[in-house]
Design a protein around this ligand. Structure first.
Ligand code: PLP
Length: 352
């Protein structure tokens, strides 16, 4: 029996990566940071827990002020969400009158939100090498959204190409999901003033050690942010809880710690890339905190299962174009050395 409205009966929800008991598995499946949050997060959260009888601050001042400063934007150009997923959901809900277009290989939630909000969506295939060709969006109408670097490929699209598209289509909203930008090239955030049709989405989940706190943001012109807030105040004005506000505020006071972990992740990523190449893997040149790799001698599914058997969790997407690949989060150096060891054992068994 179901009481669910007819229009949601066919909804296929997003499949999150498995969450497991820490300690039992090496967890390389959801692109979290392997490092603990910045040291001052703990006391900041403990302190604010004393005032949980009160509603959270709707201006989210503790985060908005230092984050605006960090990004070099005004607070009125900043929107905060319960994870960037919530920010993205408002985009799909409210800024897609003429439809939305996104790549075939990208973040799974774009498809899910399109279906949820009944948005007219166009899926544009990436090139054979998984690079993104914005020219292919020229003939379409409406909003465009893509992740940069893209997920799960990690491929980074140059600022110049994005700017050229923004200039060709001043009347179309362009949403750049920069969940992984801190491990990569230049952010589009600096170009918010220049392009009224640009909206940049970011998160504290990947490079700031706060995936569990659920804190994301969007940056755009003040009108766009005001409209986002109209939606937010029509659904959930208290979308960022007090504990998360405290945690986010504390992290922003510890940029040095965050930067150090970013550099560490990049170093481990490049080491891991080389190690996997030596084992015969083919990979994209990922600029994220993950690798995207396939091996000619074993299918993605088999390798995923074999790793799981050996208590290493990675992500395998059962999609036609990517089913040979695994997406492997960059863990600590130690974890990645263990991964390489286990991979070489599995590959020897395959060859034998
Ligand atoms: C992880 C991820 C998100 C969601 O991040 P949250 O802030 O944790 O909701 C959004 N976009 C992409 C491309 C991601 O990989």
């Amino acid at each position: 029996m179901t009481f669910l409205n007819q229009k949601y009966q066919d909804l296929t929800p997003y499949t999150p990566g498995e969450q497991v008991n820490e300690g039992e598995f090496i967890k390389l499946n959801t692109n979290e940071s392997p490092y603990p949050p910045a040291p001052s997060v703990e006391s900041a959260v403990a302190e604010v827990s004393q005032s949980l009888n009160r509603y959270s601050n709707i201006t989210v001042e503790a985060v908005a002020k230092p984050l605006a400063q960090h990004l070099g934007v005004k607070q009125e150009q900043l929107f905060l969400g319960n994870g960037s997923d919530e920010v993205l959901s408002y985009i799909f809900q409210g800024f897609t009158e003429e439809g939305i277009a996104f790549p075939d290989v990208t973040y799974g939630f774009y498809q899910v939100y399109s279906a949820l909000y009944k948005v007219d969506s166009t899926v544009v295939p990436l090139n054979n090498d998984f690079t993104l060709e914005l020219k292919e969006y020229d003939a379409l109408a409406g909003t465009v959204i893509f992740a940069n670097p893209n997920a799960p490929t990690g491929i980074y699209l140059s600022q110049a190409e994005i700017c050229a598209f923004l200039e060709r289509h001043p009347d179309r909203l362009v949403v750049v999901d920069e969940a992984y930008i801190d491990f990569s090239g230049a952010s589009m955030v600096t170009l918010i003033e220049k392009y009224q049709n640009l909206f940049v989405v970011g998160t504290f989940s990947k490079s700031r050690q706060l995936a569990g706190a659920r804190l994301g943001f969007g940056v755009g012109n003040t009108d766009l942010i005001a409209d986002m807030n109209r939606l937010r105040f029509s659904l959930n004005p208290y979308n960022i809880n007090s504990l998360t506000q405290a945690a986010g505020g504390a992290v922003l006071q510890e940029q040095e710690y965050v930067d150090q972990k970013i550099q560490e992740t990049i170093q481990v990523r490049e080491w891991s890339k080389q190690a996997l190449t030596k084992l015969g893997f083919e990979q994209t040149d990922s600029q994220g905190n993950f690798l995207f790799a396939k091996h000619p001698q074993i299918t993605g599914e088999k390798l995923f299962e074999a790793l799981r058997e050996k208590k290493i969790l990675v992500r395998w997407f059962n999609q036609p174009r990517t089913k040979d690949y695994l997406r492997i989060t960059v863990g600590t150096q130690e974890q990645m050395e263990q991964l390489v060891k286990v991979l070489s054992t599995i590959l020897e068994e395959v060859k034998a």
